[in-house]
Ligand binder design. Sequence first.
Ligand SMILES: [Ca+2]
Ligand SMILES: [Ca+2]
Length: 204
Amino acid sequence: MSTSRARSLALPVLALLLAPQAAQAGLFTKQVRIHVLGVQVSETRSDGTSWDGPDKSTNDAVGASALPLLALGQVQGAVAALVGGSALNGIAPPDLQGTALVVSNAGLPLSTINLPLVDDDITPSYCASDTACPHSEVHRLGDITALTVTLVDDDALDDDAILPVTLSRKDLRRLMRTGQNPFTTTDQGQGEIQQVSLIVERVR
Ligand SMILES: [Ca+2]
Ligand SMILES: [Ca+2]
């Protein structure tokens, strides 16, 4: 093969070899903003006990202990308000709040997305509208190593800790490319946080 012939073949081959790396580098330089739409936690804690209920020192329990101080009519109204729905049918859903932390390659926080308190709900949603969800600052995807979601069940005395889950940059990249939603947190946190619903928005 002549030198010029070999060169003419080598260049396209080199381009093919470099193309995936270039595409990869392109993805890493993309600017993204992460929106958290909602989460789903398990119906009980991983040890099978309820999040809340009569055996727990919860906000609900404190409310109940105050009931004898109220007049009978007030008690009836207060009980109806306390048990409204879920407590009556044996479910004791948690009062979730927490954060989704965007973590840098150095392990430092880049953005903290606050997930506000939602009472008595294993599937809280955080968006005030289609376009108004808790979200991060804009970051280069290549600067992000993970998104860690940490929640607690807000109780009156000691909050019930919930095992956190982490999405890797690979997970976030896949969500950006496919829009797949929600993200199921397989084999993490003993299944306490089961899903995180989020959008990885490509800003530019
Ligand atoms: Ca609790
Ligand atoms: Ca609670």
